[in-house]
Design a protein around this ligand. Sequence first.
Ligand code: GCU
Length: 421
Amino acid sequence: MKRPLWLFFFLFLTLSAQTLTTEANYDESKVGAYTLPDPLLLANGKTVRDASTWKSQRRPEIFRLFESEVYGKSAPKPSKLEFEVTSREAKALGGDATRKEVTIWLTPKQKMHLLVYLPNDTKRPYPVFLGLNFRGNHAVANDPGITMSTAWMREAPGVENHRATEASRGTEAGRFQVKTILRRGYAVATVYYGDIFPDRKDALADSIIPHFYRPGQTTPDPGQWNALAAWAWGLSRVMDYFEKDRDIDAKHVAVWGHSRLGKAALWAGATDQRFAMVISNDSGEGGAALARRNFGETVERINTSFPHWFCGNYKKYNKDVAALPVDQHELLALIAPRPLYVASAEDDQWADPRGEFLSAVGAGPVYSLFHATGLGTDQMPGLHQPIMNTIGYHIRAGKHDVTEYDWEQFLTFADKHWKAR
Ligand code: GCU
């Protein structure tokens, strides 16, 4: 029997509509009921009642689940890391700062470039804000002395054929607020995330990951790292360098990130407890936002658009998020008892601001084990009403971005926790 062609088209369209829930939900009344896993409930059914049981039993359980089911297990610290200071300029930014550039050799063949600004008017060692950037180190400040990145880049202002041009200098300066941070006595450090894993679906071969394959391995196992874990791993390698740099106070390193780099910063804070403070800006799905809340981006959407970000196992939950053995409040709990700040933006509904807030609420019981006040409330604050306990939170007006307002809060939060150092 001959079937008309249009019937096949019709079937094709119906099937593809079913494979991906096309419309994101932005209606609070349609979020639906969900039950979050209890961070204090051990796999053996007992409840954690003190910090030492958390540290020795429950934290490792949760950590391993995130490692095998969400971000993937990363390679250990390389045995042969090499650091090469390639430039030092004591009168950068009109004399306000010392600029250093450091090449970090991750393997004898793979390197990443670190840019550091130190404030000139206070005494070293300096506490530091460390964050990855999207557009190359030369994009974070209007400073012609920064070496331009020659790496592959996503298209952006001043980027041509995936390579940075002079016109891209300073194009990410608004997000970094270098002078403001320096003025408050903190150093600024950054690495281009593409030095670790170029942000494309087909970039695995150019990333750090194959350098750590077992003999004969050609692709990561389903429980092994992918781009997000690789970016987080890169942040830890900067920490390795800081431990050897006498300009930096390695006990006061705040790791921060925006959006996908906020997800990476949270995972860096979870995997590496040397980071004394963690800041997530608009990190959304797979970052601070609860996965089980059906609002904005979903697990299925993120795994479909960005298959190279999370580990293979995470894809199992595309259609069944309730089966995830963890949720993101437990990622935040892995940071306890260190100060943690979660920032949202009102117009960034894709990242689910309420889901980011509720996740911070959900980490609270773990902070309590350490006699620390997490957020100290379960009432979401209005716009521009920051909460600053051991967990901090704000939602500001405006879009998905990092603004002066965000930095004002991060700096106040750091002052509050670190002033007495
Ligand atoms: C996309 C993605 C988000 C991510 C964001 C970003 O919108 O869906 O998950 O946070 O990009 O990194 O800017």
